[in-house]
Design a protein around this ligand. Structure first.
Ligand SMILES: Cc1cc2nc3c(=O)[nH]c(=O)nc-3n(C[C@H](O)[C@H](O)[C@H](O)COP(=O)(O)O)c2cc1C
Length: 202
């Protein structure tokens, strides 16, 4: 088994980093010998879509004519997903949605004609489905009765991943981190991790 482990927090002592690492540990426990590849978007952010990349994606003819250099980063990142049997993402909620470093990664992953097939019925994914575990840390609350803000993160990731074919998503939200006292952190993290469901995964 190959696991692609992605982190998005700019903080090193981060709740979402803890969650993603704990999920990877559980997967490796269930599938001993699993290989883990790493993409740390928080400490090594990707560039925003470059002019050459944006031009290459602007029409079918531009896509055919694109110099390979314009698509190299996208190809590399898609390749990392293609060889992974499972993907684990740790991400904070930033202003109700994904942090821009995760959006920059998605801008390279979602490519018409490469990972997305447009059809009259809508966009169809060209990647094989595989489990995607998403540990989310949010300072406030965005699910359930106590929600006090909109959630553009989980619906956005659901739609973005679905259009490349990744539909088996599991969200693990650790909420109200801004209100956690130091002695409450471990229990809150473990409560979130307890919801992890590895049925049929490893
Ligand atoms: C730029 C920025 C925007 C944020 N926006 C939100 C938000 O919209 N909703 C929320 O609940 N928390 C928000 N937070 C708080 C973080 O989600 C919270 O601190 C979380 O624990 C960060 O994840 P980490 O612990 O993995 O770094 C924001 C934090 C930053 C730095």
């Amino acid at each position: 088994m190959t696991i692609l482990h992605i982190d998005c927090s700019p903080r090193l002592a981060s709740h979402s980093r803890w969650l993603s690492a704990a999920i990877v540990d559980k997967l490796v426990e269930a599938a001993p010998g699993a290989a883990v590849s790493r993409r740390d978007l928080g400490t090594a952010p990707l560039p925003h879509a470059s002019p050459d990349y944006a031009v290459a994606l602007s029409s079918p003819a531009a896509m055919r004519a694109a110099a390979s250099a314009a698509l190299d980063l996208s190809e590399q990142l898609i390749g990392e997903v293609e060889v992974a049997d499972a993907i684990v993402i740790g991400t904070p909620m930033h202003n109700f949605t994904v942090p821009s470093v995760l959006k920059a990664w998605l801008d390279q992953l979602l490519r018409v004609g490469r990972t997305i097939m447009p059809t009259p019925e809508g966009k169809t994914g060209m990647l094989a489905d595989r489990p995607v575990f998403i540990g989310i840390a949010a300072g406030g609350v965005f699910t359930g009765e106590g929600a006090n803000q909109p959630d553009f993160l989980t619906p956005y990731l659901t739609a973005a991943f679905a259009c490349v074919g990744l539909k088996s998503l599991q969200f693990l939200p650790l909420q109200a981190t801004a209100f956690l006292e130091a002695d409450e952190v471990a229990a809150a993290r473990n409560r979130t991790l307890a919801a992890l469901d590895l049925t049929g995964v490893a």
